[in-house]
Each structure stands twice: as C-alpha cells, then as structure tokens.
Design a protein around this ligand. Structure first.
Ligand SMILES: [Zn+2]
Length: 446
C-alpha cells in the first residue's frame, strides 16, 4: 500500500511538473492539425471574453501586456485555444509578435504564425470552465494611411492585439474586405502615448493623466463591444447629444453632412433595430486610403483622403448594428454585414427621399448584379478580385434583402424581422444558415 501511495504521489508530481511548470517558450512548431470546435454556444452575459490590456504606444510600435479571461463556450472539451493575430490581415506591414503566453500564471506551449496564435492548455478546459490567458506582445504599426497605420500625425490602431475570433479558422490576408472577426467582449484598457497626443476610442474613457513624460488613458466597457479600436492624434472635438447618447465628432475639417446624416440615421436605426446600448458613438477623421469609411466598435472612421458621401455615412452608421451589435464571420460570410448595412442605408434613403428614389437605386443595383440577386457564398480569399467581392457582398448582399421584402409583401414586416434578429443575436453573431432558417419560418425560401 505504501509503495502504491509512493508511486501515486510520484506520478501526480511528475504530471504536475509536465503539465504546468515546464516552460516552453518561443515559436513552437507543431503539425497544424488544429481541430476547430464545431459550434459556439450562445453567449451568456458572464461568458464574454474579458480583456485587460496595458499598452505603450511609441514610435510606431505598441508594446502590450494582455490578459484574457476566456470561457469555453464551444460545447466541447478543449485542449488548445485559438486566437487571431489580425494586424497582418488588416494592413500591409502590420504584424503582432508574441513573446510569451501563460495560462493561469503557468508558462505553456504555444505556436504563433502570421495571423493566428494557438495556445496548448496544460489541463483540458471543460464546457463553461474559464481560464486566464496572459500574452506579452508587440505590434508594428506601419507607416501609411491604413486601418492599422500612421500617417500625417494620426495613428489608426485597429486589429492591434491578439483577439478571440468568431470562428477558429486561419485567415488569409486579403487586399480587400475585412479578413477578421471578433467575439464581442468586455475590456479594461490602459494605454500611454506621447503627451501631445489624444486617444479616441469607442470604449468609455475613465481617466487621462500624466505619468512622467507620458500621457496615460484608461478605458473600459461595461457592456460587450465588438473590438477596442483606437485613434491617436490631434483633433477638434464637438459633442452632439441624441437623447441620452453622445455623438462625438473628432474632426480635422468640420463636415456638416457627416454629422447631419449620422444623427438622423442613428435615430432611425434605433427606432427600427433597437436602442444603441453604449454611451457614445465616436466619428473620427482619419487619413484612410481605399475606404471612404470603416466601422469599429463604438467608433467610425471617415477618410480625409476620399471624403464620404451621405450614403457611405449612413452605411457606416448601420454597421454599428450589423457588425457591432450583431456580428458575423466577415472572412467566411462577408455579405452578411455588408449586405445588411447597404440595405439598411437603402431603407433610410427610402424613409427620407421616398419610394421612387429607393426603387431607382434598386434598379441600378440590379443592372450591376447581372441577373443574380443572391451573393456567391465564398471566403474572402476566394473572390477573384475586389470588384467580384464588391458585387457579391454589397450589391447582391443588399438585393437579397430587397427580394425578401418583395416576397413578404410589406416593408414594415421586413423591418420587424431585422429588429427581431437584433433582439435575438445582440452582442453575438449570426450565420447565413441561421438567417435562412429565420426566413423559412416566414415562409420565405431562398
Ligand atoms: Zn461596410
């Protein structure tokens, strides 16, 4: 018996050392036979990922320490976790380098490649169990008018930290579209910058103070939000109150149309799709090439290089509902949020300019769609070109909803269905299959 107890104790100690103590650092090579969990369960409020990030932004680099409290919502027992390293997918020259990973304070094996990080868990994580993943990283912010870039004194810091994606798939960087997607999460963020600069974020600002020669901002989000994107630079600020919400316009040159169409469409979308749950929506002028506007959690970018027209402004505001509040895998099913944002903007045009204008725009989309009103269901990297992607995500993505409305026979019914999707999937994400199931219940078969 004594012998047995001795061996049992020795076995337990050895297992503990092997599983928890052995530090294995660096670029761990392993056959990437990474199994992706089949499906994610609906998120309960306490099960959203929670990020605590401390970062220093200096001379084109972000030095970050991140802690993610991760809950296993996959419905399966997990032996590894999959994180996205979205910087290289978002901008040419963008890169996240991982230096160390700890799970519950123990060093673990990990493998980082271009767009992803796999963390091998020392102990299996059962459904609904939590673990704390600490990651040291730094992020190259390339010089250029990019979504992750710095140009003319303004830095656009998006896709800059290791993040929990919607699906555990390796994303191939693409020169068009948004080859990334994130689970909504709660955040605590502390970032220090040069004292002459301002930091803007869709998260709630808690404090701004000076620490020696640095300016330190702290942000948090009590409600889950899609991402923690930042803009660093100097701006004029004007606040517009819309009910209890603040529309904060951080501008270089005040554009009356941006604020006018943002406020009016924001009110309209709240009426149709449900209340915007955050305290503020930030609009910011940035030097962005290739896009007139870009959507992030609680913050919209408007390009100073190619100014947005009113339709683009409304399209970006709609993304706060279709991307921000109800997400989707933008790499695998890019037409969901783009189609819905475009169609919401068309509904808004109809509301303000009448049915004739709406129908004339539908007609022009139909002439571009070449007789096919349903998007070709391809991964971003499988579209042959930017225009092929645009045709499917934006044009056919919007026409799909026009056809649904024709089949329903009533505009009001369609708005009601879209409001219902918002209500059921808020802070979560939706698939094309789920959308088709919802429509089948209304006797709409596509
Ligand atoms: Zn869009």
């Amino acid at each position: 018996m004594k012998k047995f107890l001795f061996f049992l104790t020795a076995f337990l100690i050895t297992s503990f050392i092997l599983l928890w103590i052995l530090p294995v650092m660096g670029d761990f090579e392993r056959d990437p036979g990474i199994e992706s969990p089949m499906a994610f369960m609906a998120l309960e409020s306490e099960n959203f990922p929670h990020y605590s990030i401390e970062a220093i932004y200096s001379q084109g680099k972000i030095y970050g320490e991140e802690e993610i409290v991760y809950t296993n919502i996959t419905g399966q027992t997990l032996k590894h976790l999959f994180f996205m390293l979205p910087a290289s997918a978002a901008a040419p020259g963008g890169e996240i380098k991982v230096y160390s990973v700890f799970v519950n304070d123990y060093p673990v094996e990990w493998e980082a490649k271009n767009t992803y990080l796999v963390v091998y868990l020392p102990l299996e994580l059962n459904p609904y169990e939590k673990c704390r993943v600490s990651i040291s990283f730094d992020t190259m912010v390339p010089q250029g008018p990019y979504r992750l870039g710095r140009w003319n004194g303004t830095s656009m810091l998006t896709c800059w930290y290791p993040a929990v994606p919607i699906n555990w798939d390796v994303v191939v960087p693409s020169s068009f579209g948004e080859p990334y997607s994130f689970l909504s999460a709660t955040y605590e963020l502390k970032i220090s910058v040069d004292p002459s600069l301002m930091v803007l974020s869709g998260l709630n600002k808690l404090n701004c103070s000076f620490d020696g020669s640095r300016k330190v901002y702290t942000f948090s989000s009590d409600k889950p939000i899609r991402d923690a994107s930042l803009v660093v630079g100097n701006f004029n600020i004007k606040n517009h109150k819309v009910g209890s919400k603040n529309i904060i316009y951080a501008y270089k040159t005040y554009d009356y149309n941006i604020i006018k169409y943002t406020i009016d469409s924001f009110k309209t979308f709240q009426k149709w799709f449900g209340e915007y749950p955050y305290q503020k929506l930030v609009l910011v002028d940035v030097p962005l090439k290739g896009f007139r506007g870009m959507e992030y959690g609680g913050i919209l970018f408007f390009s100073t290089i190619k100014r947005p027209d009113p339709f683009t402004v409304v399209h970006e505001v709609a993304h706060q509902w279709w991307y921000g509040l109800v997400g989707n895998d933008q790499d695998k099913e890019s037409w969901i949020d783009e189609g819905l944002a475009n169609y919401s903007a068309l509904l808004y045009i109809e509301e303000r300019m009448g049915k004739k204008e709406y129908l004339s725009r539908i007609k022009s989309l139909e002439s571009r769609a070449m007789g096919v009103n349903e998007p070709k269901e391809l991964d971003l990297s499988h579209y042959t070109s930017s225009s092929h992607y645009h045709l499917n995500a934006y044009v056919r993505g919007a026409l799909f909803w026009h056809d649904v409305r024709v089949k329903l026979g009533e505009r009001k019914k369609l708005i009601h269905i879209l409001g219902g999707i918002q209500h059921s999937f808020i802070h979560g994400h939706i698939t094309w299959g789920e959308i088709k199931n919802i429509l089948e219940k209304e006797n709409i078969f596509i």
